[in-house]
Design a protein around this ligand. Structure first.
Ligand code: ZN
Length: 164
């Protein structure tokens, strides 16, 4: 019998749905209304809110993990930005700074490691936090590790200790 063949039955169903498009659509709409009617709009909204929040929390955790991993890998970059920004607030004379950098032999004032324009960080001999300013005389070149190790302590650069 032809209707026992699943392919024939499927084609017949498709034909029926096509011929009765409007009726099928109305049935679906009715079914959806019935389903939705079981829950109040508040319930639906609450469900959506919880789902959305979970998604957001999960995504936040993921994003934080990604960010943390990136910071770990690019620690030197981040430190560089922080120092640069800190420095930009003080405002300084780039020419005077270049002179200072040359004066120190383009080396870290603390450990004397050779530096480049890219790797140098600017250290305030008298830290900003205790009233140090961006005057050229308060600035010394430092490598990132010395700059970090020093932090807000007031230490005379090695070079000055040697020559005074
Ligand atoms: Zn150093």
């Amino acid at each position: 019998m032809p209707w026992k063949d699943p392919n024939v039955r499927r084609i017949r169903q498709q034909e029926y749905r096509h011929r009765n498009r409007e009726r099928v659509r109305a049935t679906v709409r009715k079914a959806m209304r019935k389903f939705r009617g079981k829950k109040s709009s508040e319930e639906l909204r609450e469900e959506w809110r919880v789902a959305h929040q979970n998604r957001r929390t999960k995504n936040k955790e993921h994003m934080n993990a990604v960010r943390r991993a990136w910071y770990r890998r690019n620690r030197h970059k981040v430190i560089g930005w922080v120092l640069k920004r800190k420095f930009a607030i003080v405002g300084f004379d780039p020419d005077a700074w270049q002179q200072r950098f040359k004066f120190y032999g383009e080396r870290c004032a603390y450990c004397l490691i050779q530096l480049t324009k890219e790797s140098v960080t600017i250290d305030h001999v008298i830290p900003i936090s205790v009233g140090g300013k961006g005057w050229a005389s308060n600035l010394v070149p430092a490598c990132i590790s010395c700059n970090l190790a020093k932090r807000a302590k007031r230490i005379l650069p090695l070079w000055l200790r040697k020559h005074t």
